[in-house]
Design a protein around this ligand. Sequence first.
Ligand code: NAP
Ligand code: ZN
Length: 353
Amino acid sequence: MSHAQGYAAQSAETPFAPFRFDRRELRANDLRIDILFCGVCHSDLHTARGEWPGTVYPCVPGHEILGRVSAVGPEVTGFEQGEIVGVGCLVDSCLQCPSCGEGLEQFCENGFTGTYNGADRVTGENTLGGYSDHIVVRQEFVLKIRHSEEQLAAVAPLLCAGITTWSPLRHWQVGPGSKVGIVGIGGLGHMGVKLASALGANVVAFTTSPSKREEALRLGASEVIVSRDADEMGAHMGSFDFILNTVAAPHDLDPYVSLLKRDGTMVLVGVPAEAHPSPSVGNLVFGRRSIAGSLIGGIAETQEMLDFCAEHGITSEIEMIAMHEIEEAYRRMTASDVKYRFVIDMATLDKAA
Ligand code: NAP
Ligand code: ZN
């Protein structure tokens, strides 16, 4: 066992506070990773605040983990001590079912193990995530990082925001000639704009925040629509091949479905605490349009996305925070006031706490 220092929520109502706990002894194929940076995902907030059912407390969130390998188990073959690595939303799965066999560990038919708020497959203990000084993960769920050292803080958000937008863009074959809408320009959405535009698509960003208009253009959108403006929305009726909706709050989906072409698809990745109002059936039927969902991405696909980003110089737009600033970061995230991802500098974790 190794003693770990982190930040935990003890209940849905309690503010985060320093928390000491133990990480498991290395199993034969485990790595111990000293965490340098951890991104702050809206899923961390949904979980820590009990907005989704099933949070186990104490809760240590964090699944955009960037760190350095500090120890390896005897059967580790692909990694060495001192190497820079990443860990995303998954730390284990059965690796035997058909979905795992296809590299879709996020759809493991025996249930994947989340980086936090999951059950360890051996001990059943609640998993604790990246708001901490180190983590122990089996090597199959650790990612290689090929970006340069100075980019590392801005690479952390690729481990969730990057792969969650990359996976549907690839699955629905977005590329040159596609007209793609990205709805909600937050952590996920801003990566969606960057990645869809790097894949060659014509990208239109939809935001409720007029202050994000200029930046969304800089990120790669050819046009930015303030979604509360019905005229701006109306100008694009029936013209999109694909829309990726990242919004973390319930909203009317119909105006977006109306923007799809015949056979177009809107993929929902945002998982609001309350349901969206039911979309109109007629809007789907007349035009054979689809609403679909997508969950993060598999490990091989995450590596593919990281390598693509390293090759194309793509990172996240970040605002670095100290660990004790997490409550304020959550408050601002709830107010859509993040440009575009908070990343915790783990050097600020108070060891003495
Ligand atoms: P985020 O950084 O808070 O961004 C969400 C964005 O949605 C906001 O910046 C805002 O963008 C827009 N928005 C917020 N409230 C809105 C409202 N009431 N009406 C319309 N737009 C609103 O969150 P995130 O980290 O990107 O996560 C987004 C969602 O995806 C969360 O629900 C999260 O749990 C989920 N998620 C899902 C997966 C998956 O695998 N499916 C993975 C990770 C996260 P504008 O200011 O541009 O309007
Ligand atoms: Zn996430």
